[in-house]
Design a protein around this ligand. Structure first.
Ligand SMILES: Nc1ncnc2c1ncn2[C@@H]1O[C@H](COP(=O)(O)OP(=O)(O)O)[C@@H](O)[C@H]1O
Ligand SMILES: [Mg+2]
Length: 339
């Protein structure tokens, strides 16, 4: 059997991939994707798997080019190009979803301050402001009127926005601590961030030169995330924070099957027939009961899905019981079939 290379890391999907390989006697080798001799480390390997995330500074610099180069040279990678190029890039996602005709929240991007200001004076409110990157709702804000919009636009074409919002992050840690979802050390870490930004934010620099808004979809007390991996899909429902419209990162998750309609799962499979990603998480909010995509992502925090109670196949048959999406990813990486 052919060998899989797995990036050496204790976080994300990696330990679960390794466990699956061990359990199923799938040969694997640990490699360091940041090593200068990565290509020679990959000798004899059929595939490379690497769960790179948006807040690893080194991955921000190099993960996409490294993976794309290796895929270009004919080695199978997870995540591959179609899965990965738009990761943590809501601007790329806007163009992709529009071009593929995927139902999404209407979105506006401007690369010109005057055009953005003109639009902000004539549009309706509220709108949702987003940076192109970020997770857990950290870089997503409600814009209530044209004055708030103008302020954001001026900043976008002026000093720009840091990728890490110190106040927002501190408030979020405090909120989680009050709810018993994190310890006080985490709050103290948030306070320390006022003195020194995290490495990833210093590497990523400031966001400037564009501004991105979405139509606000009111009355959503949750979002729905459906994840498609190959022929299988699973789902979670995330409730919004108290007095807030944002669900992702709230930590308040529902898992029971009754929360999910089959038509939403069917739509997720249909969307992935167009995107052809190895792993695709779709975040839906709803307008008049119809799902609209607000974000896509190949990666996710595994802990949030350990309580999922089953999965659907492409024909919408339901399989009750614990799920192993990480094993499914390994199976995709060793199969000859493309998604
Ligand atoms: N256009 C929108 N209308 C209403 N709610 C939205 C909209 N976009 C995002 N949200 C809410 O904000 C949350 C975060 O937005 P999202 O774009 O998914 O960013 P993140 O990458 O931080 O998860 C979502 O989980 C959803 O609850
Ligand atoms: Mg999201």
């Amino acid at each position: 059997m052919k060998m899989i290379a797995i990036h050496h890391s204790n976080g994300g999907f990696h330990p679960r991939w390794i466990e699956y390989c061990k359990r199923n006697a799938i040969p694997f080798k640990l490699v360091d994707c940041f090593a200068n001799d990565l290509i020679s480390q990959l000798e004899g390997c059929h595939a490379l798997m690497w769960h790179h995330s948006q807040n690893d500074p080194k991955a921000l610099i190099a993960a996409k080019p490294i993976l794309f180069a290796i895929e270009h040279a004919g080695i199978k990678v997870f995540p591959d190009f179609r899965t990965n190029w738009h990761f943590d890039d809501k601007l790329g996602q806007k163009y992709l979803l529009e071009a593929l005709g995927v139902p999404m929240a209407p979105s506006w991007v401007f690369f010109n301050k005057q055009e953005a200001l003109h639009w902000s004076e004539h549009t309706t409110y509220p709108k949702v402001f987003k940076l192109r990157g970020g997770a857990g709702s950290a870089n997503v804000k409600l814009v209530k009127n044209r004055y708030q919009a103008a302020k954001l636009i001026k900043k976008a074409f002026g000093r720009g926005f840091p990728n890490y919002d110190k106040w927002e992050s501190f408030r979020e840690r405090f909120r989680k601590w009050k709810l018993g979802k994190t310890d006080f050390v985490d709050v103290l870490k948030g306070a320390a961030r006022f003195a020194k930004s995290p490495d990833f934010a210093r590497i990523a620099g400031r966001e400037r030169g564009y501004v991105y808004f979405q139509e606000f979809m009111p009355n959503n007390d949750h979002d729905i995330r459906i994840i498609v991996i190959g022929d299988k899909a699973f789902a979670i429902k995330r409730m919004v924070r108290k007095n807030d419209f944002r669900a992702s990162g709230s930590g308040n998750i529902r898992y029971e099957k009754a929360n999910f309609r089959e038509e939403w799962v069917k739509m997720a499979f249909q969307i992935n027939e167009k995107i052809k990603a190895q792993s695709l998480a779709l975040d839906y909010v709803f307008k008049d009961g119809k799902p609209l995509v607000v974000e896509i992502s190949y990666g996710f925090a595994p802990e949030g899905y350990d309580s999922c109670v089953g999965y659907w196949d492409r024909n919408l048959n339901w399989y009750e019981g614990p799920i192993d999406p990480y094993g499914w990813m390994v199976d995709l990486a060793i199969s000859h079939r493309n998604v």
